[in-house]
Design a protein around this ligand. Structure first.
Ligand code: ADP
Ligand code: ZN
Length: 745
C-alpha cells in the first residue's frame, strides 16, 4: 500500500509574510514532520527556515502546472510544544504582528540554522572521603578536595585550569567509584553556579501555608485559574513560589517564572539556583547567542524544567508546562516598547489559559487591571497580609519641603539627621531619586532656552562625572557650550538635580560615609551592578543611593532608613496611569526599609503633602488608593473599564507624520461610524503629537482608539489596518500598532 502524500503548512521565520506556505513532505521525512517542527524550505531562490503549523492531506488549490516544492530538511530537535505554537498565533493576531516574526522571537537565534550542540564535560563527586588506594597528598586527592569545595561538580575545563593535566588521576578516581564524568549541553558558567549549599528549609508561616494550600490543588488537577498573590513587601512571596514549583516539578511538570528585570533579581536567582540546581535555566539578555541556544535546547527537551527570566522568557518552550508565575506583575518593564509591543504578564496569563493551568501573579501593589479582574471574580485573591516573623511595616513620615529653608532642595533637616543617626547606629540608609545625572537640564538665564538633544524633543541631562550633556532617550552626548545657542549669552545654568548631585551632596554632608550609587550610569554592566549590591549586602556601604533600580525586590536586612528625595517626580507625567505608577513605586521603595529585626523608617520628601497619591503612599493604603482611582477611571472611561489601542505614525519629516496621522484618523472615524451604527461602540481620539514629538530624528503623531469590548477592538483594528495596507498615501510614514499601550509617550 502506498502512503497518501501529505503537505505541510509552513510559516517562514523572520518575515512579514501574512500567509502560510505549503510544501510537500518527502516520504522519508514523513515521520518527523509534526506541528512545531522546524524545517528548511525553498523560498524564491533562497533557503529559509520555517515552522510547520499543520500537516494536511489536501494541498491548497493551485493553478495547474504548479507543483509544491518539498521540505528540504528537518531540524533534529523536538517540535515546539503545542501551547507555545498556539500562544504565538494568539500574539500575532492580538498585537497585529506577523506570525513569522513572533515565532522567530520564540527561537534562540533568529531564524538562523543553529550549530550542532556542543557538549560540556564535567566531573561530579559521587561520595565524600578518600577511597582506598588514593594518596590524599597526590593529585587525585587534590582533585577530590577541589570538587568538594566547589559543591560537587566542576567542568573538566576548569579542573584542568586548576590542577593541570589530570587525566590519569581522574581515570583512577573513576575506577575507584569516587567520581564520574558527566556530559551536558548547558554552559559551564551555569553549572558551576548551581551547586552551592542548600539553605536551611524554612517552616512556612501560617499565611504562607494557607496560600500554598489554596493554589496547590490546581496543580494536581490542573485548570486555568489566575491567582493574585497579594502580599505586602517582606511577606515572603518567594517562598510560596518555591513551594508551588516544587509541587509542580514533583508531578513532572515544568514552570515558568517571570521577573521584571533579571539583573535586579540577583537574590531571587541565587535562591532558585540553590533550590533547583539541576533543572533551572536562567534566561536573560546578557546570555551569548551560544548560551541562549544551549539553554533553549535544554528547555525544549525538558532537561531544564524551571525557567526563570525577564519578559522574553514567556516565549521559551517549557515542556509540559504546569505553572506560570509572574512576580511583581504590576511592573512596567513587562511591556516591550519596540517592535512587538507585548506585555509579558498578559502573554503569560494567556499561555496559562491555552495550557489550562494555574497562573500566579505576585505583587504588593497589583495593577489596577488585576485589581479589577479580582473584583469581577475572574482572578482569585490570595492574601499575605503581614511581614514574616511579625516584623512590623515601616513607619512613614512626610517631610513637607515647602517649610524647608531655601537651598534645602535635596536634604531636609529631618532627613539629614535621620541619616546621621542611622549611620551612628551602624545601620544602612537607602536614598531614592528617580532621576540620574547631575542636573536635570541646562537653562539660559537670559532667554530661558533649554539645551535639547539634536535628534529628540528631550532636554539634555548634565553628567558632571564625564562633564557632558546626554540625551536619556537616544544616548547622544555633547559638551557643554559656553554660550546659549539661541541668544548667544554666556548665561547657562544647571537646574534640577539627579542622583549624581545627590551623591556629591551626601559626600559633603556625611563625610566619611561609604556611599554606593546604583543607576544606569554608575553600574551599567551586570557585573558592576552585582558588585555594588554585594557591597551593600556585606555591610561595606553606609548609604545606598539610586534610581528605581534599587526600589524593588532587594532584601537588605540592615537597611532601616529609606529617604525618598523627591516623591513628586512622576506626579506631573501626562498619563492617566501616573498616579498608579507613583504609588506602586513609593510603596515598593518604602518596602525596602526594616526588613531585618529593627523596624524601619521612611521619610518622604514632597512639595505636595496633601496630594491624594502621596497621602495614599504615606498611609500605605493601597486598597484605598485603588478604590478611589478605579472610580475615577470609570468616570473618565479609561482602562481597565475600556480597551485602548494606539496607532503611532512616524516619519522623517514632521509634515509627513502629521499628514499621515490626519488621514489615518479620518479613515478610523469613517469605519467607527459604521461600527457604532451596528451597536459596537468604538471611539477615535486624535491625532495629536506624541508627548515627545521627535525621538531619534523621527517625528511622531498618534491616534488612540477606545473600545468597550476586546472583540470589537480586534475587528475594528483589523478593518482599519487592512484598508491602510498597500495604500500609497501612507508610503512616507510608518504605522505602528500598540495594543494596551502602557504610556502616552
Ligand atoms: P516579598 O517578596 O514578599 O517582599 P521575600 O520573599 O523577599 O518577601 O521574603 C522576605 C524575607 O523573609 C526573606 O529574607 C525571606 O528569606 C524571609 N522569609 C520568607 N519566608 C519565611 C519564613 N517562613 N520564615 C522565616 N523567614 C522567611
Ligand atoms: Zn536624543
Amino acid at each position: 500500500m502506498t502512503m497518501a502524500q501529505l503537505y505541510a503548512e509552513v510559516v517562514i521565520l523572520g518575515t512579514a509574510l501574512d500567509k502560510t506556505l505549503h510544501y510537500s513532505i518527502p516520504a522519508d521525512l514523513a515521520e518527523r514532520v509534526r506541528p512545531g517542527t522546524r524545517v528548511a524550505v525553498h523560498l524564491g531562490n533562497r533557503i529559509a527556515s520555517g515552522i510547520v503549523l499543520s500537516a494536511v492531506a489536501d494541498p491548497p488549490d493551485l493553478p495547474p502546472a504548479v507543483s509544491l516544492r518539498p521540505i528540504l530538511r528537518v531540524a533534529d530537535e523536538p517540535p515546539l510544544p503545542g501551547d507555545l505554537l498556539d500562544l504565538c498565533g494568539w500574539i500575532s493576531s492580538y498585537y497585529f504582528y506577523p506570525l513569522g516574526e513572533v515565532l522567530a522571537l520564540a527561537l534562540p537565534a533568529r531564524g538562523r540554522e543553529r550549530p550542532a550542540r556542543p557538549v560540556v564535560k564535567s566531573v561530579r563527586l559521587l561520595r565524600s572521603g578518600i577511597p582506598e588506594g588514593i594518596r590524599p597528598q597526590g593529585k587525585a586527592g587534590q582533585i577530590l578536595r577541589l570538587l568538594e569545595a566547589a559543591g560537587g561538580c566542576v567542568p573538566l575545563r576548569d579542573l584542568r585550569a586548576g590542577c593541570g593535566n589530570c587525566d590519569r588521576p581522574l581515570r583512577k578516581l573513576v575506577e575507584a567509584g569516587a567520581v564520574a564524568f558527566e556530559e551536558s549541553a548547558s554552559a559551564p558558567e551555569e553549572r558551576s553556579h548551581g551547586n552551592g549549599p542548600l539553605p536551611p528549609p524554612v517552616d512556612l508561616t501560617e499565611d504562607q501555608a494557607a496560600a500554598v494550600s489554596e493554589i496547590a490543588p490546581l496543580l494536581e488537577s490542573p485548570s486555568f485559574q489566575p491567582f493574585v498573590l497579594y502580599g505586602v513587601t517582606g511577606s515572603g512571596k518567594t517562598e510560596v513560589y518555591l513551594r508551588l514549583i516544587e509541587k509542580a516539578v514533583e508531578s513532572g511538570r515544568g514552570c515558568l517564572v517571570l521577573v521584571p528585570e533579571i539583573a535586579l533579581s540577583a537574590q531571587m536567582e541565587t535562591i532558585f539556583r540553590q533550590r533547583f540546581p539541576d533543572i533551572l535555566a536562567v534566561w536573560h539578555s546578557a546570555l551569548s547567542d551560544r548560551e541562549r541556544g544551549l539553554h533553549w535546547l535544554d528547555i525544549l527537551s525538558g532537561e531544564k524544567s524551571v525557567v526563570l527570566g525577564a519578559r522574553s522568557a514567556v516565549l521559551t518552550p517549557v515542556k509540559d508546562l504546569g505553572l506560570v508565575i509572574v512576580d511583581e506583575e504590576h511592573d512596567g518593564s513587562y511591556k516591550q516598547e519596540d517592535r512587538l509591543r507585548y506585555n509579558a504578564r498578559d502573554v503569560g496569563i494567556m499561555r496559562g489559559m491555552l495550557r489550562r493551568i494555574p497562573v500566579v501573579l505576585g505583587s504588593a501593589t497589583p495593577s489596577l487591571q488585576t485589581v479589577q479582574r479580582v473584583a469581577q471574580n475572574a482572578y482569585r485573591r490570595v492574601l499575605l497580609p503581614s511581614r514574616v516573623l511579625d516584623r512590623p511595616q515601616p513607619e512613614i513620615e512626610i517631610v513637607d519641603m515647602r517649610r524647608e529653608g531655601r537651598g534645602a532642595s535635596i536634604f531636609s533637616a529631618r532627613l539629614r539627621k535621620a541619616v546621621e543617626q542611622t549611620m551612628a547606629e551602624g545601620r544602612q540608609a537607602l536614598l531614592f531619586l528617580n532621576r540620574r545625572g547631575f542636573a536635570k537640564h541646562f537653562l539660559c538665564n537670559a532667554c530661558g532656552h533649554v539645551l535639547q538633544c539634536a535628534s529628540c524633543s528631550v532636554s539634555l541631562t548634565y553628567h558632571r562625572g564625564e562633564d557632558c550633556l546626554r540625551c536619556h532617550y537616544c544616548g547622544w552626548e555633547t559638551t557643554l557650550p559656553e554660550r546659549c545657542p539661541a541668544c548667544g549669552h554666556a548665561a547657562l545654568f544647571p537646574h534640577g538635580f539627579g542622583t549624581e548631585k545627590v551623591e556629591r551632596e551626601a559626600q559633603r554632608l556625611f563625610p566619611g560615609a561609604r556611599i554606593v550609587r546604583i543607576d544606569r550610569d554608575a553600574t551599567g554592566s551586570h557585573e558592576s551592578l552585582l558588585c555594588a549590591l554585594d557591597s551593600v549586602r556585606s555591610g561595606k556601604a553606609d548609604i545606598l543611593l539610586g534610581t528605581q533600580m534599587i526600589a524593588k525586590g532587594h532584601d537588605f536586612p540592615n537597611i532601616t532608613l529609606v529617604g525618598i528625595i523627591n516623591a513628586d517626580a512622576g506626579l506631573q507625567v501626562p498619563d492617566f496611569r501616573a498616579g498608579e505608577s507613583l504609588v506602586q513605586l513609593l510603596v515598593q521603595v518604602a518596602g525596602r526599609a526594616g526588613r531585618g529585626d529593627t523596624p524601619g523608617l521612611v521619610l518622604l520628601q514632597t512639595y505636595n503633602p496633601f496630594h491624594f497619591t502621596i497621602e495614599s503612599a504615606m498611609n500605605m493604603d493601597y486598597d484605598g488608593f485603588c478604590e478611589k482611582e478605579l472610580e475615577s477611571r470609570k468616570a473618565l472611561q479609561y482602562p481597565p473599564f475600556v480597551r485602548l489601542l494606539k496607532l503611532l505614525v512616524t516619519a522623517g519629516r514632521n509634515e509627513d507624520a502629521c499628514e499621515g496621522a490626519r488621514l489615518l484618523a479620518s479613515i478610523c472615524r469613517e469605519k467607527a461610524g459604521s461600527f457604532n451604527r451596528s451597536g459596537r461602540p468604538v471611539a477615535v481620539l486624535g491625532p495629536s503629537p506624541a508627548a515627545f514629538v521627535k525621538l531619534k530624528n523621527r517625528f511622531r503623531w498618534q491616534i488612540f482608539i477606545k473600545a468597550w469590548k476586546s472583540s470589537d477592538m480586534q475587528s475594528f483594528a483589523e478593518i482599519v489596518l487592512r484598508s491602510v495596507g498597500g495604500d500609497a498615501a501612507f508610503r512616507n510614514v510608518q504605522i505602528t500598532v500598540d495594543r494596551d499601550p502602557a504610556n502616552e509617550i
